[in-house]
Design a protein around this ligand. Structure first.
Ligand code: SF4
Length: 406
């Protein structure tokens, strides 16, 4: 049985989080690779014990929603049978690693991010001292190929390049380059360095970027016993197109990261090898061909890369989340059709200031507060709003009239 039921926690399988629609159990799938039979089992579990809905998180974790308290023990038993239950909550929490999804299909990948993710997770779990890392402290492993992770939040970043692993810290662009066999040990030393240095600051930083801002990246690398970092060629942000029919895979987008148990079963049925979960609100079927796109579209997946729903972010909002005072996703869908010229996510609708759906700044951010909407331009939910207390109708009217005062 889980040891803690805490609101506001990073939810896990060992430590679920309570939400407006029941408990949320998050599964950390190593490297995001999900065998079809495992996907079917998770879908069945979500339908029987939860409300049949799942979320694909910003780090590629799969969250099962709407689980009743009296079903939790049964869920954990089934997860244990599937090999998806960590020994304890600490082991689960520290296994916060996201990896490029297609190292084995992408001919531009510089190595196998999956194998390195596996090795890193095992080392993190074996190191008891690292259980003290903050819940959101995480690691990324970019294979250096088309499907880069430069936009994915991570405290320590590993990137495969020219036979080595380049390691950098969030908040700094410099890297230390090491042979692959030394990369995991160095990554652990950097995590130790974070835990050694952070308590000397008041208040102690909870993320690497905040520590780097205080002491500089050199101090963190030095505390880890690593050489002074050098400047590496920067990797352009973004990733190659993921959605639709591509040479490596078929990519299916998930509006707001939401997936139903039935959709997960369909993915299992259509998979050629396995299912790849990504941190980009998309699931990939490597080796699959374009003939399955109509079935995916009929089932509600996004199959066109220019679909405007992909350019808006919204958290579950009310009533699914108890912190929300507004409905979010219906409004986001209505506003999505008004997408301005340009690329990327332009609109973020957040049920409250916490901003679960995105930590980035966007052209327009709407934040629920006391039943109304605050409108922030070119910022995050916590930034000063340009308008406050708007109704959804007033927001839509503002957008349609093109009179947002910038
Ligand atoms: S941002 Fe959305 S999902 Fe997150 S706590 Fe606020 S209302 Fe809930």
């Amino acid at each position: 049985m889980s040891d803690t039921l805490v609101r506001g926690w990073c939810p896990g399988a060992r430590r679920p989080m309570r939400s407006g629609d029941g408990l949320i159990v998050r599964l950390r799938i190593t490297g995001g690779r999900l065998a079809p039979e495992t996907a079917r089992a998770i879908a069945g579990l979500a339908a029987r014990h939860g409300n049949g809905e799942l979320d694909l998180g910003r780090r590629g974790g799969l969250q099962i929603r709407g689980i009743r308290d009296d079903r939790l023990a049964g869920v954990e038993t089934e997860l244990a049978d599937l090999g998806l239950l960590d020994a304890d909550a600490g082991a689960e929490a520290v296994r916060n690693v996201v990896a490029s999804p297609l190292s084995d299909f992408d001919d531009t990948a510089e190595g196998d991010a999956f194998a390195l993710a596996h090795e890193l997770e095992a080392a993190l779990v074996a190191d008891d001292f690292l259980r003290a890392l903050p819940g959101k402290f995480g690691f990324s492993i970019d294979d250096g190929g088309r499907f880069g992770l430069a936009d994915v939040p991570a405290d320590v970043r590993l990137r495969l390049a020219n036979g080595d692993v380049a390691i950098s810290l969030d908040g700094d662009i410099r890297v230390v380059e090491l042979p692959p066999e030394a990369a995991v040990a160095a990554t652990l030393r950097l995590a130790h360095a974070f835990l050694d240095l952070a308590p000397d600051i008041d208040p102690p930083p909870r993320r690497m970027a905040a520590l780097v801002a205080h002491v500089g990246a050199e101090a963190v690398f030095a505390a880890a016993g690593l050489a002074v970092p050098g400047v590496a060629p920067s990797r352009p942000p973004g990733t190659a197109p993921l959605i639709g029919a591509l040479p490596t895979h078929i990519g299916a987008g998930l509006p707001f990261g939401r997936l139903t148990a039935g959709q997960l079963c369909l993915l299992a049925d259509l998979a050629v090898s396995d299912i790849r979960l990504t941190p980009f609100r998309a699931v990939l079927l490597p080796g699959a061909t374009a003939d399955i796109l109509p079935r995916l579209a009929d089932a509600g997946f996004v199959t066109r890369p220019d679909d405007p729903i992909l350019a808006v972010a919204a958290c579950p909002g009310a009533p699914a989340c108890g912190s929300a005072s507004i409905e979010t996703r219906g409004l986001a869908r209505r506003l999505a059709a008004l997408k301005p010229e340009g690329h990327g996510v332009w609109l973020h609708v957040s049920g409250c200031e916490k901003g679960c759906a995105s930590s980035a700044a966007h052209a327009v951010t709407l934040v629920g507060r006391d039943g109304g909407l605050d409108l922030v331009l070119d910022g995050r939910p916590t930034d000063p709003p340009r308008h406050t207390g708007l109704s959804p109708e007033a927001v839509e009217a503002l957008f349609r009239s093109g009179t947002i005062d910038r």
